[in-house]
Design a protein around this ligand. Sequence first.
Ligand code: NBP
Length: 474
Amino acid sequence: MEMARIGVTGLAVMGRNLARNLARHGHSVALHNRTSARTKALVEEFGGEGTFIPADTPEAFVAALERPRRLVIMVKAGGPTDAVIDEFAPLLDPGDMIVDGGNANFTDTRRREAALRERGIHFVGTGISGGEEGALHGPSIMPGGSAESYTALGPLLEDIAAKVDGTPCCTHVGPDGAGHFVKMVHNGIEYADMQLIAESYDLLRHAAGLAPAEIAEVFRTWNTGRLESYLIEITAEVLAHTDVATGRPFVDVVLDQAEQKGTGRWTVQTALDLGVPVSGIAEAVFARSVSGHAGLREAAQNLPGPARGPVAGSGLADAVEKALYASKIVAYAQGFHQIQAGSAEYGWDIDLGAMAAIWRGGCIIRARFLDRIRAAYQADPETPTLLTDAHFTEALGDAQDAWREVVGTAARLGIPVPGFSTALAYYDSLRADRLPAALTQAQRDYFGAHTYRRVDRDGSFHTLWGGDRTEVTG
Ligand code: NBP
């Protein structure tokens, strides 16, 4: 009987395209899906693309796999993933590998990895970005799990990953949940990037007075420069599109209420637990949340605001480009800070430059810019923040006047720019010689005797606020 090098269970859009990608690269693929109609449909439609071995039952599927077995799960994250693991794990032997390519929460991945490790099974939580098209033509792949499992899986995953300058957008991220953690932060950064692009559009529309088709041209131009990226490219496409039914700009017929669920929210929740200020990602998640509160927005429709009208001057688009680039540097610096903190907390030893390298292609945030980040970590792997890398410091310095102007203009016109504003506030907070946190600490000591530290000597202190205000050691 012919054996398969790898198997995929869960053949909805992602699993199906991943299986096809593997087959197109010459790997024989065993196929399984809870509802076997999907398995049949795949073989009928795409059977000619490579060697597929369809299986109707978990037993037949497992029996079709070469040893050690490589089994990829591509089902809905959460309960379904646990259900599939419970179904398949008893059929596996020590040394076999289960790859979870779904969008799992990294804490679930840590739990599953620990439980399966006890049985000698490698559980490889793997972040996969690039959506449906990426899964078929080359995604960015972020596998966690043991280094041993990567030896067996890496060559296959690198084969099907996107390539940039001949380098696969796939590398072993680190043990247990590291892969899903990095995928989570990737998605958080994606939220921030999209929010900054949305604010740029809003400013060009309502401050510069440009029409969507004109803004599409601005984005097309930006896409030939340092902002070149998939997200900028598709923004131009969307803005240039006209709604067939009404003849209006497509962006004007789409309901302006976004959802925030899953990975963006997890990124912020995890950042709070780790104590990492990812304000750019948080503002992006909150911006979607605000947009979705239709009743709240309706109730606030008549709140007073300034008159809105296009501002004079043709330099606004250039200023917005600078503000966007500077804010983007901040958002990415915050995301990488979170990966650094997660890596330290969980002992993952993640190579930050390698993460930037595997995001250069295949994934939603793919961009020329990521090569700069890779280079920054190559120059100084221990850098506490990307902002102090020479290239980024220069770009921020060059952008800062325009950045402040743009945030000021937005405030004057009543155009919300939470992403731009918070990025600038973060930048100014890090730069500040003194922060008003000193006053905060003093207040806390006043009402709660929480103590404070002093600038001029070690130790903690408390002032007897209710008494004679002498200072005692805390
Ligand atoms: P879905 O997330 O829509 O899941 C559908 C698949 O899960 C089907 O194969 C379905 O089987 C299976 N399934 C469910 Br639901 N419950 C099951 C259970 N209890 N036991 C066994 N199988 C079960 O598919 P998708 O959009 O292809 O995404 C797959 C994974 O990849 C998800 O975790 C997703 O978050 C992740 N992801 C998706 C994208 C994307 O762009 N779509 C990108 C990156 C990652 P059935 O056919 O029998 O109902």
